[in-house]
Design a protein around this ligand. Structure first.
Ligand code: FAD
Length: 360
C-alpha cells in the first residue's frame, strides 16, 4: 500500500532530502513538498546579492523544478496547522492534506507581531528577501534592527553597495545587545570597530520600542530617523506549532529528539531553525546546523518508512561563520579564531557556490 510523506518548507535540510531522494527513491511512498514559493533563497548569498556580486538566479534554487526531477509533487501553499492525531495538515487557504509521515523545515520568522503593521520589513519567509533589499539599499538612511551575524553582514553589504554606486547616505544599526553577542567580547568589539570604520552608525544595548514611518524610538529615549527598517533581530518561531498544540520550547519552537522526531509523535519530524533539540536547547538557530541535519533527516525518514532503526543527530562543537564585510573581504569566526581578509571571503564564496551547485 502506498503511504504519504509530506515535506513542509523548502529549507536547507529538505533540499538535501530532495537531492538524496533523486538518487535513492523510497518505494511505495507518495511524497509532496508544500512551500509558499517556487524558489528557495539561500541566506549565505544574501550579502553577496545585496552588494551586487551575485545575481538573483545565483541566489536561489528552483524547488518546483527540483521536486519534479525527484518525482515529488510540489504544492505552492503555506501550512497553517497540524492535526497530529488525525494525521492531517491544514494550509492557509483551508485545504487539508492527510499524511502518514510529515516533516517540517520551515525556518523562523524575525519581525515581532507588534511591528507587523509598521513600515518595518522582515526578509522571512526568505523569498521576500530580494524585493525588500532592492528597495531599502537605494534609500539614504536604511536602518537595520539586530546586531547578530545577519544584521551586521547586511548592514556592511548595504553600505558597500552604496559606496560602489556612489549613493548618498549611511546605514544605521540598532541592537538590544552588543554587536555579535554570542561571540567573545574582543570579537564583538573588532566587528563594531569595523562597522564604524565603514561609516555605519551603531546603537548598542537599545531596544526598539516604537517604529514610525520616518523614525524609530528606543527604550533609551533615542529617536533615530530612517528611510526604511529591516528587522533582523533574531529567530522567532512560526505560530504553527503552538496553534497545533505540539510540545514547544519557551519561544514556540517545536521540541525534537536527537532522531529529529517530535517529542510526542514518532511520525512527525523536523529540522533547521523551526525546531529545538531537547538535548541541545541552546544550539543557535543558524543554517550550518540545518545543513548538517539534512542527511540525518533523509536517513531517518527513509528508515522510519521502511521499519529500520533511526540514527541520532549530534551537532558539531564549533561552527564556522564567515561574514561578508564588503569588497570581497570576509570576517571569519571559528571558536576563538578570527580572521578578516580577502582569503576568508574566497573560502566563503567557494562554500556557498558548492552548496548551491548541489541543488541546481
Ligand atoms: C542575512 C542573513 C545571513 C545569514 N547567513 C548565515 C550564514 O552565513 N551561515 C549560517 O549558518 N546561517 C546564516 N543565516 C541564518 C540562516 O539563514 C538560517 O538559520 C537558515 O536559513 C535556517 O534554515 P532552515 O532550513 O531552518 O529554514 P529556511 O532557510 O528559512 O527555509 C524555510 C523554508 O520554509 C518555507 N516556509 C516558511 N513558512 C512556511 C509555512 N508555514 N509552510 C510551508 N513552508 C514554509 C520558506 O518559504 C522556506 O522555503 C543568515 C540569516 C540571514 C537573515
Amino acid at each position: 500500500m502506498t503511504r504519504r510523506l509530506l515535506l513542509v518548507g523548502a529549507g536547507h535540510a529538505h533540499l538535501e532530502v530532495l537531492r538524496q531522494l533523486k538518487e535513492e527513491p523510497i518505494n511505495n511512498v507518495d511524497i509532496c513538498l508544500i512551500s509558499p514559493s517556487d524558489y528557495q533563497y539561500y541566506s549565505g548569498m544574501f550579502s553577496g546579492f545585496t552588494e551586487g556580486i551575485y545575481t538573483r538566479e545565483e541566489t536561489r534554487v528552483n524547488i518546483r523544478k527540483l521536486a519534479k526531477e525527484t518525482g515529488v509533487h510540489f504544492i505552492k501553499k503555506m501550512a497553517e496547522k497540524i492535526l497530529p492525531s488525525h494525521h492531517k495538515l491544514i494550509c492557509m487557504d483551508g485545504s487539508v492534506y492527510p499524511f502518514d509521515v510529515i516533516s517540517f523545515d520551515i525556518g523562523s520568522k524575525s519581525l515581532p507581531e507588534e511591528f507587523c503593521e509598521t513600515v518595518a520589513r522582515s526578509i522571512k519567509p526568505n523569498y521576500h528577501f530580494i524585493d525588500h533589499i532592492q528597495e531599502i539599499r537605494q534609500t539614504s538612511q536604511p536602518l537595520i534592527v539586530g546586531g547578530g551575524a545577519a544584521g551586521t553582514e547586511l548592514a556592511l553589504s548595504i553600505q558597500a553597495y552604496k559606496e560602489k554606486h556612489r549613493l548618498q547616505g549611511q546605514v544605521r544599526l540598532v541592537t538590544s545587545e552588543t554587536i555579535l553577542p554570542q561571540s567573545p567580547s574582543w570579537v564583538s568589539s573588532k566587528m563594531k570597530t569595523l562597522l564604524l570604520k565603514k561609516g555605519i552608525q551603531v546603537w548598542e544595548n537599545e531596544r526598539v520600542k516604537e517604529v514610525g514611518d520616518h523614525y524609530i524610538k528606543t527604550d533609551f529615549g533615542n529617536k533615530i530617523r530612517h528611510t526604511g527598517v529591516l528587522w533582523l533581530g533574531g529567530a522567532l518561531s512560526d505560530p504553527i506549532f503552538q496553534r497545533s498544540k505540539v510540545e514547544v520550547d519557551n519561544k514556540g519552537f517545536a521540541m525534537v529528539r536527537s532522531t529529529l522526531q517530535f517529542e510526542e509523535y514518532d511520525y512527525i519530524f523536523g529540522a533547521g531553525d523551526c525546531v529545538t533539540l531537547s538535548e541541545y536547547p541552546e544550539l543557535p538557530k543558524s543554517g550550518v546546523y540545518a545543513v548538517k541535519q539534512g542527511p540525518i533527516l533523509f536517513e531517518n525518514l527513509k528508515n522510519y518508512m521502511t521499519d529500520q532503526p533511526l540514527i541520532d543527530y549530534s551537532p558539531q562543537k564549533t561552527a564556522l561563520y564567515i561574514l561578508s564585510t564588503g569588497r570581497k573581504k570576509g570576517f571569519l569566526i571559528y571558536g576563538p579564531l578570527v580572521n578578516h581578509s580577502h582569503r576568508a571571503w574566497k573560502v566563503k564564496n567557494k562554500i556557498d557556490l558548492e552548496f548551491m551547485e548541489k541543488y541546481k
